[in-house]
Design a protein around this ligand. Structure first.
Ligand code: NAP
Length: 276
């Protein structure tokens, strides 16, 4: 049987760990398939997606900066993709429609929020730092997990207002007030690119923070951002972005192969080794 082809489109893309995850699962579940990196320009999106329609490619993930720009080339967006206007998984359904779904929402819920008891989620105040492509997925994940008291802070204020139109319950904080406001929150999520390997970093003094604060950094490269290290020093529970990456991949794999792959220790070791 012909080898099935999957992959991820984005630019830049060389840092992506998605091939490691999917190729590990293809081998484990004996599926004759391969997952590739497709580093494409914006004007190549249409042609790449048409390869799913003509079955040269069976499915693709989408990453920065194309999660929105793929939408006009699809038959429809469904579920979380429809609610966030952000697509990270594309496939052909039985009627041969090109479907866009968003598995980042599930990735965030399964990666961090499912472990919290209902009691731990009750009356919790969450702060999302960042209003870029991934922010609507995180806000939706929080809301779907019954964490409805959500605030947002972003360097560019207008982008926060744009998200407020989509999520009415969102409270907006000014960027300059971030240090002072952190102490009011139980869950803080970094959804900016501040802290990425080779990029800029937060220049933030951490004030008094709640002892039971949970800090989630969506970044997994480096595995420990400067913010994670700062919070760890204050004995705060922290997570990096690896869980989100793994669980969004799990749902994409299921959508494409109808196999729900296990997140096992070998996979985690493989990813951690690649991050060192
Ligand atoms: P994006 O659309 O490019 O948005 C970038 C965000 O970072 C914006 O809010 C931007 O603020 C902010 N930012 C960039 N430079 C800044 C600076 N110098 N000072 C203050 N704010 C700055 O990116 P994205 O797709 O939302 O991704 C954001 C982060 O999520 C990235 O670190 C990415 O690695 C991570 N992510 C992780 C996963 C995962 O599976 N773990 C999945 C998706 C994304 P402005 O609006 O002011 O420019």
């Amino acid at each position: 049987m012909k080898k099935l082809i999957f992959g991820i489109i984005g630019n830049p893309i060389s840092h992506s760990l998605s091939p490691i995850i999917h190729n590990y699962w293809f081998k484990k579940y004996e599926i004759n398939a391969q997952y590739n990196l497709f580093n494409i320009q914006e004007d190549e999106i249409k042609n790449t997606i048409s390869k799913i329609k003509n079955k040269e490619i069976q499915g693709i993930n989408v990453t920065l900066p194309y999660k929105k720009s793929v939408i006009p080339y699809l038959s429809k967006t469904i579920n979380d993709a429809k609610d966030t206007h952000s697509v990270n998984t594309i496939f052909l359904d039985k009627e041969e429609n090109l479907i866009g779904e968003n598995t980042d929402v599930f990735g965030f819920q399964a990666g961090y929020l499912e472990a919290l008891s209902d009691e731990a989620k009750k009356n919790k105040k969450a702060l999302v730092i960042g209003a870029g492509g991934v922010a609507p997925s995180i806000i939706l994940a929080l809301n779907k997990s019954s964490i409805n008291n959500v605030s947002l802070v972003n360097r560019t204020y207008e982008k926060s207002l744009f998200l407020k139109r989509k999520f009415e319950n969102l409270q907006i904080i000014k960027w300059d007030n971030l240090s002072n406001e952190i102490e009011n929150f139980d869950i803080v999520i970094n959804a900016t690119s501040l802290g990425l390997t080779g990029g800029e970093n937060f220049n933030l003094k951490l004030p008094d923070i709640k002892k039971k604060l949970l800090y989630i950094d969506t970044i997994y490269n480096p595995a420990q951002t400067k913010m994670i290290l700062n919070f760890k020093e204050k004995k705060i529970k922290t997570y990096n972005g690896l869980n989100m990456l793994i669980y969004q991949a799990q749902k994409s794999f299921y959508l494409w192969n109808k196999v729900n792959p296990e997140v096992d220790d070998i996979l985690i070791d493989l990813l951690e080794t690649n991050l060192q």
